[in-house]
Design a protein around this ligand. Structure first.
Ligand code: NAD
Ligand code: TYD
Length: 334
């Protein structure tokens, strides 16, 4: 029986990962350590909250005492916890530095002290920065350009330093943009799908020709599990979906899938320091035998339908009433 300490497991990718792992394995235990920031949502794990293999701890990865009480119980530490939204990092970078850098340091120190079996740092393709052509390989230099990506690059290299300096068994993953159910409706796809459903404008930054590589969230979760089993300590692995699309393409796809008019498309002022294109070369993980399993078009359709069918999930997030809702419905979390 292996125990996983998953941090940030109430967020988008972390909650999909916990669901994925509990479905795939009978004989595991998962401890979810999450601070429940605005992005941490207990609704994301509603169906499994009573699963005896799962336990939830409300807390901060920067809390040394708490982290040191949990890490000895775990074989694997999977660090998803982060402030994750670029626009928020431009407005208020403080929490990004605190959680993404200092929080990762606290976890790494605990892994070092307690001799953890493996520390998986969930980094991002954004640490490479932007490129007009070509795709980044794992040993390319990092040129992060937002406070978000710079804080993630700090955590990424700090994790590596703990491998080199202290022999902490670390694996670092750099994945491209995820999409799927339960993504907070501040990110491009859930924001645009839910705005379209409410007949509100879709705010396209600048000319809309920025490119992201999109991967279905279950494929990311699958790759993390694959690398937990088969990755080499100290190595970095790119993970991508192989679906580079402009924001305009994504916007038009959402509108046509929902049968909504193009007049909802609204060009607004560009994001400061807006990265033009992210692209990762995935030949390293591909050569190990891993490929994404979900086709982009079908997974997008499924994702859009999920938001159509689960208005209860996102309406309260968008109305801002969710904090009160959680207080009333999840008293045990206070
Ligand atoms: P998210 O914002 O949806 O979730 C983050 C979670 O971390 C939330 O549940 C939040 O409550 C929790 N958290 C924040 N600060 C915390 C703290 N101090 N202590 C404990 N918990 C805390 O983010 P996401 O999109 O699910 O991303 C998860 C991870 O994957 C992040 O590290 C992100 O950098 C990385 N990543 C995301 C993408 C993407 O496309 N979303 C792509 C590549 C990598
Ligand atoms: P986002 O989902 O914030 O992810 P990231 O910036 O981390 O890649 O944004 C994806 C792309 O969509 C990015 O080029 C910015 C753009 N975007 C908009 O045009 N309008 C929006 O309202 C948002 C949130 C994003």
């Amino acid at each position: 029986m292996s125990t996983y300490l998953v941090t940030g497991g109430a967020g988008f990718i972390g909650s999909n990962y916990i669901r994925y792992m509990l479905k795939k394995y009978d004989d595991i235990r998962i401890i979810n350590l999450d601070k429940l920031t605005y992005a941490g949502n207990p609704d994301n794990l509603k169906e499994i909250e009573d699963d005896p293999r799962y336990s939830f701890v409300k807390g901060d990865i920067c809390d040394e005492e708490l982290v040191n009480s949990l890490v000895p119980e775990a074989d694997y530490i999977i660090n998803f916890a982060a402030e994750s939204h670029v626009d928020r990092s431009i407005g208020q970078p403080d929490d990004f530095i605190r959680t993404d850098v200092f929080g990762t340091f606290v976890l790494l120190e605990a892994a070092r002290r307690h001799g953890s079996k493996l520390f998986v740092q969930i980094s991002t393709d954004e640490v490479y920065g932007s490129t007009e052509d070509g795709s980044f390989k794992e040993d390319d230099p990092l040129m992060p350009s937002s406070p978000y990506s710079a804080s993630k690059a700090g955590a990424d290299r700090l994790a590596y330093s703990y491998f080199v300096t202290y022999d902490v068994p670390v694996i670092i993953t750099r994945c491209s943009n995820n999409f799927g159910p339960r993504q907070f409706p501040e990110k491009l796809i859930p924001l645009f799908v839910t705005n379209a459903l409410e007949d509100k404008p879709l705010p396209i930054y600048g000319d809309g020709m920025n490119v992201r590589d999109w991967i279905y969230v279950d494929d990311h979760c699958d790759a993390i599990d694959f690398l937990t089993q088969k990755g080499t300590h100290g190595e970095v692995y790119n993970i991508g979906g192989g679906n580079e699309r402009t924001n305009l393409f994504i916007t038009e796809l959402i509108l046509s899938t929902l049968g909504k008019p193009r007049s909802l498309m609204t060009h607004v002022e560009d994001r400061l320091g807006h990265d033009r294109r992210y692209s990762v070369d995935c030949s390293k993980i591909n050569a190990m035998g891993w490929q994404p399993k979900h086709a982009f078009e079908a997974a997008m359709e499924e994702t859009i339908n999920w938001y159509v069918q689960n208005r209860w999930w996102w309406e309260k997030l968008k109305s801002g009433e969710y904090l009160e809702y959680y207080r009333q419905n999840y008293k045990n979390l206070e």
